[in-house]
Design a protein around this ligand. Structure first.
Ligand code: FRU
Length: 453
């Protein structure tokens, strides 16, 4: 058994995985599909792997759902129950689940079209629709990662999809014939050198007020604030045609400041519960290179999302889903006294009441160097530094090592919520307003934990 196989973060038995795809809850069972190359440890011919869970903490790997073929590899996409809206009769019986994926055909240039596969409600059989593609490329080379939702107010399906360095918004009254509505983001938020990938769009309620807003999630393959790949989001309004940013075009918001939180996707089929999102815990800078002999890649913990009114505007708050939190071994950690976890999958929380000039460091895995340092630099500001040393198996130019520092606006005691699972570390701060997710490959994943004030 690989000593670094995570216990509660999904990882495949064998082979490579990247983005979560087709996250959906059907009849009480969570289905998570994902980009998979079951026959290699690097990104390769893309299949959709499949896993299920009743509690979001314990996952069972299922047979591969979609296979690459001459019509293309199966790149990222999403899943919806046909009965959430209305679909063309040739597409599906009412109780079918529709998987929207990108058919990616290699070549120079490569070609990307949107396609559908149809699954039964139990998700045991999958058939690619004979009429694919349902949305051929309108031109941009990067045209992929369809996320489809039913928009009740206009009684149409909405698809958000990578459009080069922006997000295309399409609509359909039957999930089969699609029309372009608008495009968002060419001059908004953060841009790197590559396309915006893996968009997501969902409504959310502002905590306390009951007011509704919309979140547009966008993956930055390169150029994330902490380096390489990462997830940004926009808070806005959506009328079924156009997404309007409520913040200024320059505002940059991130779902996670860490290095390993990418291709974030929310679950469909939640019937109005708070949105629930999951991400791939890696980064295209070095994803193909970490040491491993059996599998490479894992998912984040699923996090529930709320929208919080802060002095700086609306921000996403995220908390690890309650059932997942409860699965981790609780560890009691006091500043100044090293604690020894009873397993390599543990959690602890700490309230830090540092004054201006004070500093708190967190060291994990029995190692001396801190992975996380927070300093109070002003009464309303803390600076957080994430440290990760170079890994001997990963060439230095891949940028695995990091000492990224970010200021977070926060007055008063700072709550820190830490989840550690065989080297995967997710740290939430300030009631889940700031997250830092990073992967480590420690020699002793259950090694001592030290908080030093
Ligand atoms: C994001 C991504 C997607 C694409 C998939 C291919 O990580 O590049 O845009 O669909 O991975 O595996």
């Amino acid at each position: 058994m690989n000593p670094l196989r995570p216990r509660y973060h999904f990882s495949p038995q064998a082979g490579w995985i990247n983005d979560p795809n087709g996250a959906v809850r059907v009849d009480g069972l969570y289905h998570l599909f994902y980009q998979a190359n079951p026959h290699g440890l690097v990104h390769g011919p893309m299949h959709w792997g499949h896993a299920t869970s009743v509690d979001l903490a314990n996952w069972t790997e299922q047979p591969i759902a979609l296979y690459p073929e001459a019509s293309g590899q199966c790149f990222s996409g999403s899943a919806v129950a046909a009965r959430e809206g209305r679909v063309a009769p040739e597409l599906a019986a009412d109780d079918a689940i529709l998987l929207f994926y990108t058919a990616h055909r290699d070549g120079s240039p490569y070609v990307e079209d949107q396609a559908i596969a149809i699954a039964d409600r139990g998700m045991t059989s999958f058939r690619k629709f004979a009429g694919n593609p349902v949305l051929p490329t309108p031109g941009p080379r990067d045209f992929r990662d369809p996320k489809v939702i039913w928009h009740a107010a206009t009684q149409r399906w909405i698809m958000v999809v990578t459009h080069g360095q922006s997000i295309g918004i399409y609509s359909s009254s039957d999930a089969l014939s699609w029309q372009a509505e608008s495009e968002f983001g060419r001059s908004e938020g953060r841009h790197g050198t590559g396309p915006w990938e893996c968009p997501d769009l969902f409504p959310i309620t502002v905590e306390g007020s009951g007011e509704q807003a919309w979140i547009l999630v966008v993956g930055l393959g390169q150029g994330h604030i902490s380096g390489g790949s990462g997830t940004q989001y926009f808070v806005g309004d959506f009328d079924g045609q156009v997404f309007r940013n409520r913040h200024s075009a320059e505002t940059e918001l991130f779902m996670d400041w860490g290095r390993d939180y990418y291709a974030t996707q929310s679950f469909s089929g939640l019937n109005g519960e708070d949105p629930l999102a999951v991400a791939w815990m890696s980064n295209w800078l070095y994803a193909n290179h970490p040491p491993s002999e059996d599998f490479r890649g894992s998912m984040s913990l699923p996090r529930r999302l709320t929208l919080i009114e802060t002095p700086h505007g609306l921000r996403l708050g995220q908390r690890v889903d309650e059932a997942v939190r409860a699965a981790f071994d609780p560890l009691s950690v006091a500043a100044g006294t090293p604690a020894t976890p009873s397993s390599a999958a543990y959690r602890f929380a700490h309230r830090w009441a540092g004054e201006v000039g004070d500093e708190l460091t967190l060291s994990l895995f029995g190692e001396a160097d801190p992975v996380f340092t927070v300093r109070r630099t002003a009464s309303d500001t803390c600076s957080v530094t994430i440290n990760r040393g170079a890994h001997p198996a990963i060439a230095p130019e891949r940028g695995f090592a990091t000492d990224f520092t970010i200021d977070i606006i926060h007055a008063g005691p700072l709550d820190i919520d830490v989840f550690v699972d065989h080297g995967l570390v997710e740290i939430g701060c300030a009631g889940g307003l700031h997250w830092f997710s990073n992967i480590y490959f420690p020699a002793d994943p259950a090694g001592r934990v030290t908080l030093a004030a």
